[in-house]
Design a protein around this ligand. Sequence first.
Ligand SMILES: Cc1cc2nc3c(=O)[nH]c(=O)nc-3n(C[C@H](O)[C@H](O)[C@H](O)COP(=O)(O)OP(=O)(O)OC[C@H]3O[C@@H](n4cnc5c(N)ncnc54)[C@H](O)[C@@H]3O)c2cc1C
Length: 322
Amino acid sequence: MDLTPSPEAYAVLDQVRQLFEQDILPRNREMIRSAKQDGELDPPFLDELRAKAKSLNLWNMAHTDLTERQAGLSMSNLDYSIVAELLGRVFWSSKVFNCQWPDVPNMVALQRYATEEKKEKWLKPLLDGDCQSAFAMTEPGAASSDAKNIAATITPDGDNYIVDGQKWYITGGGHERCRFYLFLGLSNPDAAQNRRHSVILVPRETTGVTVGGANAFFGYSEPNGPASEIKFDQVRVPKENLLGGLGVRLQNRLTLRWSVVLPIHPPPEQPATKGTQPVKHVIHVSEIHEFNEISVKIFHEKESMTSRRTFGLTNTLDSLSH
Ligand SMILES: Cc1cc2nc3c(=O)[nH]c(=O)nc-3n(C[C@H](O)[C@H](O)[C@H](O)COP(=O)(O)OP(=O)(O)OC[C@H]3O[C@@H](n4cnc5c(N)ncnc54)[C@H](O)[C@@H]3O)c2cc1C
């Protein structure tokens, strides 16, 4: 398998690098000061930079499926990976290009599962950079690395669903520009384990939604988009806000098409022993079956062979990086 990005991707990277070096790097201290001292998460210069990136069509590059009518430049995940590598150097830089988590996966989810009317109302402003969104899955009372444990509920009630539960660590959930949440909840408790949950769009300005304080991790709160606690208390949402139907394998389909290339030492089936050289492997995620399970192809550098294995996602990334 050829994992070389295209020549076009390198041309885009050159343009992004120019903006990165001229306009982003020199403002990094200013951004940190603005966020930490003044509590200003979107200083005026950020909007200026976003306008510049948009005018150069360096916009929405992480979205793989843009249509002709949508603003921006679609890139494949492979091509975008070299841009992401550069942007990863400065925590707020992907925002300049409208390529920030969690808006990108939320855009893809809406693109695939929202009605045309909902796309106009919720997706278009995200693509245009006029608002932000958040993904509300993790809960204080559930081991949320396995989405099957999520206990917050989505219950039918006439033409609506009642959404109820406590979420935390919701990136950007308390940001003043955040207009809606994609809420993951238990909708079909009696179904098979991997078909019990659904995702529904909850507008922030709905009765029963309360945004709490910021959640720190390792004593640190990301200044540009703190993760927040959010209480959903008997929130009433129209049925058409459900994305992709009830209890379908949304976890699988809502995941961005993505691939991870991960060199590992040693290979999982060959623990390193003293005196042996670890064999370099490259892991390419080829298929996502469920939220928590993926197929990977393993390319063995020395043995020039490939094999295919299926792992639990959390365990895979943990064990492979050891
Ligand atoms: C900066 C930041 C931003 C975040 N942003 C978001 C967001 O936008 N939206 C959102 O929904 N969530 C968000 N999260 C939460 C994140 O998705 C969860 O922290 C993550 O999924 C792990 O879930 P948990 O914290 O409940 O840990 P747990 O699931 O309790 O896991 C804790 C540890 O136990 C291990 N473990 C769990 N179950 C098992 C098992 N059965 N067997 C063996 N080991 C196990 C895990 O591997 C892990 O090491 C964010 C977190 C951080 C730190």
